[in-house]
Ligand binder design. Structure first.
Ligand code: FEO
Length: 405
């Protein structure tokens, strides 16, 4: 078939590198994270003397990727594959791809080699590489930096010196399906929100490792012309590269802001009424309340706003002597993400026993949440006096926030 006749076409992103990934326009969610704008699985064809495919795509998109590759070159001409990350959204297509390409070597970190063997049990020519190693591609080379636990033990990044491209796998990425391959072609508020959301929901627990990796990349003084992650647009201008690196420094630091997340659910509007009064108090105290009701707002959006906050307040009705299920879901999810936001308060309602309140306190303790006051639970329906207490609680939380932002 002539190159132009392939249904999916490669897109040139530099002198000798093509984007050959796939666009998952309607992906609804990614392990618990709502991907309301879909995602891309980026893969890159390095057309050096030794032709190299960097990363692959999720299994159902193998044919889309192979079509894009075939629009440039017959796949059997590819010499090497680099697997920066073994998670299935980047390795799932490997069985089909390796079968067609028959590469002479597949490079991955030592943990990556183990993970690929555990996932696929194939007799592939896997070659482990480590930080500082590089492979000669003839008219350029690819060097490797392991980025363990950003966000799997196998994770690494690769740098193609000829075109100055850092293939950064999940780091610096976002879940955003778009035909605009570069960040500078997309609007900045979308870039910012999706980069924040991706960090909060995928990378945040590994912030100490991100800090170390940023230091290593700085120390190596790589002449980076482009950062090409495995999801979402690429960063190709000096301004954008500095912008996303600066964002990552801020995500690592998670400075406390004057924003306060109030996340609650409600059965008969008692917790809802209380949430409104607490938000009133936060606002009167000089904080910026962001109020989320869990039957409407998604845990992954709330997690992003918690990362951007100075405090968090959880509210729950009591159902069958327990915390409301949506609150339990959110708090379990947040516990795994380990945000630095650790100041807050609890509120809710009950009918005839306070076991839900006790459970909520236990869950807050597991988050390491330092409460500014005792949990505020009311019986059945809040009175005017109860609502005054809610306002006071909101003011107290706002009083705990840093004075200058
Ligand atoms: Fe995009 Fe960790 O996989």
């Amino acid at each position: 078939m002539k190159p132009d006749n392939h249904p999916f076409q490669a897109r040139k992103i530099s002198d000798c590198v093509y984007w050959v990934g796939a666009v998952d326009w309607t992906l609804p969610e990614f392990h618990g994270y709502r991907t309301e704008r879909g995602t891309t699985y980026n893969a890159f064809l390095v057309m050096a003397d030794k032709i190299t495919l960097v990363d692959t795509v999720k299994a159902p998109f193998a044919k889309e990727m192979m079509s894009r590759i075939a629009s440039v070159i017959s796949p059997d001409k590819i010499d090497f594959i680099v697997s920066n990350h073994a998670e299935m959204d980047h390795s799932g297509a490997l069985p089909e791809v390796v079968g067609q390409i028959r590469p002479s070597q597949i490079f991955a970190s030592a943990n990556g080699v183990k993970a690929l063997n555990l996932h696929f049990q194939q007799d592939w020519p896997l070659t482990p590489v480590k930080t500082g190693d590089s492979i000669n591609l003839g008219n350029g080379s690819l060097s490797f930096v392991e980025t363990r636990m950003i966000h799997w033990p196998d994770s690494m990044v690769s740098f193609f010196d000829r075109d100055g491209i850092l293939f950064s796998q999940d780091a610096f990425g976002m879940h955003l399906a778009t035909s605009q391959l570069f960040a500078d072609q997309n609007d900045r508020p979308t870039m910012q929100w999706q980069a924040e959301k991706y960090y909060a929901n995928i990378v945040m627990p590994y912030s100490p490792m991100v800090e170390k990796t940023l230091a290593v990349l700085e120390q190596k003084k790589l002449p980076i012309q482009m950062i090409a992650p495995d999801h979402g647009p690429m960063w190709r201008t000096a301004r954008d590269i500095e912008w996303i690196l600066g964002m990552y420094r801020r995500f690592v630091a998670q400075p406390r802001t004057r924003q306060v997340v109030v996340a609650f659910d409600t059965m008969w509007q008692s917790s809802q009424t209380m949430a409104g009064a607490i938000a009133e108090g936060v606002s009167r105290g000089g904080g910026l309340p962001r109020v989320f009701r869990l039957n409407n707002d998604h845990r992954s959006d709330i997690a992003t706003e918690i990362m951007n906050s100075g405090a968090v307040i959880f509210g729950s009705p009591t159902l069958n002597s327990s915390v409301y299920p949506t609150l339990a879901d959110l708090m379990t999810y947040i516990k795994g993400l380990q945000p630095k936001t650790r100041t807050g308060a609890l509120f809710g309602s009950y009918g005839w026993n306070q076991k839900g309140r006790e459970e909520l306190q236990e869950m807050a303790a597991k988050l390491g949440l330092e409460l500014v006051d005792e949990p505020l639970f009311v019986r059945y329906v809040p009175t005017e006096e109860d609502l005054r207490h809610c306002v006071e609680l909101g003011e107290k939380v706002a009083g705990s926030l840093p004075k200058n932002e």
